[in-house]
Ligand binder design. Structure first.
Ligand code: ADE
Length: 221
């Protein structure tokens, strides 16, 4: 069982997506314990303030270290991850590694950033969903939750389905086809209905390499 807690200003953001599919299955089977810590409850004063203007000036607001420190206090013995566009990019290898922890705490950044002293004091690693800026780390935390949930042994229906997937061998997946054999005048590639498993695997490998060369040459470099 992996224990995952999310520190967020928007716990409601997660209620739909974590109630369906692999995440719901992980929670229902007891493979994942998923909980939410509402940062607002640790805010300061009657307004439960969690952010303030940046020292040195500049646009936007910065999450104050105090409320975050109080919110994470019950999770000090877990692996603590801050979701921020300034983090290391999330990769399949990141998810493989995160799925191995007993307990994770995912801290969702908001506004222009998070006070660096909180990061220095509490955060074990910073992770980014990619080279773009969202309104906060919540969507990135959701990606981590789903990416980890599907790796948990009791959640995975057919363990072989992880073998060939994109990124595990450093290549994109080949195109896939199912019935009908002809759809709107387009036939399934002949090799796939040949019954020749050697030819099929050769074709699939060539498709993976070709797709990767075309779409993600960085993966081949
Ligand atoms: N918060 C805002 N943008 C983000 C990103 N790309 N990854 C992680 N957290 C974020």
């Amino acid at each position: 069982m992996i224990d995952v807690a999310v520190i967020t200003l928007f716990p409601g953001f997660f209620s739909g997506p974590t109630g369906v599919g692999v995440v719901a299955k992980a929670v229902q089977t007891g493979a994942m314990d998923l909980s939410f810590i509402n940062l607002r409850e640790y805010g300061i004063g009657v307004h439960r303030q969690v952010d303030d203007a940046p020292f040195g000036g500049g646009a936007g607001m910065v999450l104050m270290p105090g409320p975050l420190a109080d919110a994470i206090e019950s999770r000090l013995d877990t692996h603590k991850v801050l979701l921020t566009p300034a983090g290391r990019p999330l990769r399949q290898s990141t998810l493989d590694r995160l799925a191995g922890y007993e307990a994770l705490t995912l801290v969702c950044g908001r506004y222009e950033g998070v006070d660096e002293r909180f990061v220095e004091e509490f955060v074990d690693e910073e992770v980014s969903l990619g080279d773009f800026v969202l309104a906060g780390g919540d969507a990135a935390a959701l990606a981590v939750i789903e990416g980890v949930a599907r790796l948990l042994p009791s959640v995975l229906g057919n363990p072989r389905s992880l073998d060939n997937e994109s990124f595990r061998d450093g290549l994109l997946e080949e195109p896939q086809y199912t019935r009908p054999a002809v759809f709107r005048g387009r036939s399934v590639p002949e090799v796939l209905v040949s019954g020749d498993h050697g030819r099929i695997e050769t074709w699939r490998e060539a498709q993976r390499v070709e797709r990767t060369r075309e779409r993600r040459p960085d993966l081949l470099a």
